[in-house]
Design a protein around this ligand. Structure first.
Ligand SMILES: [Zn+2]
Length: 67
């Protein structure tokens, strides 16, 4: 993936503000925003897996401790 700062929109070629997340002209996400979204999705999936493991763990302990 190119690490150079994106200066123009992929879709409409309009100049982008520095560190912009969206194109002001057409609303297309910039490379930076796409990368952040991918990272956020990954973190969210990890979090969901973690919560599921905790729930399964507590359910298991609950049933094991039944008299
Ligand atoms: Zn654009």
């Amino acid at each position: 993936m190119a690490s150079a700062v994106q200066t123009h929109c992929d879709r409409c070629e309009a100049p982008l503000m520095r560190d912009a997340a969206y194109c002001e002209n057409c609303g297309e996400r910039t490379h930076r925003a796409k990368r952040l979204v991918r990272l956020a999705v990954r973190v969210e999936i990890l979090f969901v897996i973690l919560v599921a493991l905790v729930i399964v763990g507590f359910t298991y302990v609950f049933y094991v401790q039944q008299p």
